[in-house]
Design a protein around this ligand. Structure first.
Ligand code: GLA
Length: 381
């Protein structure tokens, strides 16, 4: 990325020259869904699409926020007035980060977002992490990546009011080119696992179903609450301490719904570990089977899929995918399919036909190699 793509003229008009430009990517999650808030393991990678934040210090206590995509909206707020009750739109993610990081000096921030919105690819984490990375550098705050992940999650939870886990912000900040990020959500320790399907003639197709999801609709919070309730009733610290055997013997202490939600969490944590082993052994048949098992568990036990996601997965498999599953919070958004690179068009056609047959909105398709996490891409002009 260079300043030419962020639109020099607009930067100049808005912020003269930026002191710093930061970038942070969206993500897909290979496997490990709905377990980040249960102390599980997750295996996401950063996609190539990024959000850019150009920042410039101000001599006063004003915060001015604008975006290349919505030129009419320039928000001006005094630092002293920033609080979670302040109404607004997308700029609340930016204000939330400023609030969570305790920024104490005025700043101009211009955003250029290239992560598809509403596709379940974490455009919000990309926005938060680009701003946090820029502020950390601009004000020499010295926060490490783990702290930045926790602060950006706090911004989303406590300022914006979305009860997300820690996965999206962590991968947006910590990912490395060419690798998926094995993240232990219990302590945020990481291992970078090489994700190279191309050399085996494979490709990971990302299918944006165009069915829109919102983590604030209640379904996400309800799933989290079920997990919290299981943990409280069984007197454990998190799902991480549970095994399928222990869950079976504790069946009478929890509701039927709690049982199947917990079954998803426990089995999904195990699938992540198995997926890492399969990846490292280049056993893509096994990896595909694990993706399928993850989808089945999310669809049947966790109940967070939807007709569009199921159609994308089923059509991919019928067209020969090795494995496919929904990704992210669910109720819409994207699915992934592990396919032979030579079959991409066939799989796309099959999904398009299935969507048409069901009168669903036309899906969008992406592919992406694992990309770099948040970084400073330029200081000054
Ligand atoms: C959303 C949340 C994440 C995670 C996923 C489900 O993307 O932001 O924290 O819980 O859903 O795995």
């Amino acid at each position: 990325m260079s300043l030419s793509t962020i639109d020099k003229a607009f930067v100049k008009a808005f912020a003269q020259t930026p002191d710093v430009i930061a970038a942070a990517p969206g993500r897909v999650n290979l496997i490990g869904e709905h377990i980040d808030y249960s102390d599980g393991y997750v295996l996401p990678f950063a996609i190539a699409d990024r959000t850019y934040a150009a920042l410039r210090k101000r001599p006063d206590r004003l915060v001015r926020i604008a975006s290349v995509q919505q030129r009419k909206l320039i928000v001006t707020v005094n630092l002293d007035d920033i609080n979670p009750k302040l109404k607004g739109h997308w700029e609340r993610y930016v204000l939330g980060v400023i609030w969570a990081m305790g920024i104490n000096q005025g700043v101009n921030i211009m955003i250029d977002g290239h992560v598809p919105l509403g596709a379940g690819l974490s455009s919000s984490a990309a926005l938060e992490c680009s701003v946090a990375t820029g502020l950390n550098d601009l004000f020499s705050l010295g926060f490490d990546l783990e702290t930045l992940a926790r602060l950006t999650q706090k911004a989303e939870n406590d300022y914006v009011g979305v009860p997300c886990g820690i996965m999206d912000q962590s991968v947006s900040l910590m990912a490395k080119t060419g690798s998926a990020l094995l993240l232990d959500c219990r302590d945020l320790s990481v291992r970078h696992v090489v994700f190279d399907v191309a050399s085996s003639g494979l490709e990971l197709l990302i299918i944006d179903t165009q069915a829109h999801h919102s983590l604030t609709d209640g379904g996400y919070a309800e799933r989290r609450a079920s997990c919290d309730s299981v943990v409280a009733k069984l007197g454990i610290r998190s799902m991480r301490e549970l095994t399928l055997e222990k869950l079976e013997t504790s069946k009478d202490e929890i509701t039927e719904t709690e049982f199947i939600r917990a079954r998803h969490a426990v089995s999904e944590i195990a699938r992540v570990i198995d997926a890492v082993a399969a990846l490292e052994a280049k056993n893509f048949i096994e990896l595909g089977a694990l993706l399928n098992a993850s989808h089945t568990s999310l669809r049947d036990d966790y109940d967070v899929s939807c007709p569009e996601l199921n159609a994308a997965v089923n059509a991919s498999l019928s067209a020969g995918a090795l494995g496919a599953r929904m990704v992210g919070g669910g109720f819409g958004g994207s699915a992934i399919a592990l396919i032979k690179a030579s079959h991409t068009q066939e799989v796309i056609n099959a999904i398009e036909i299935e969507f048409k047959r069901n009168s669903f909105k036309a899906p969008r398709f992406f592919t992406s190699l694992p990309s770099q996490g948040a970084e400073i891409i330029q200081r000054g002009l």
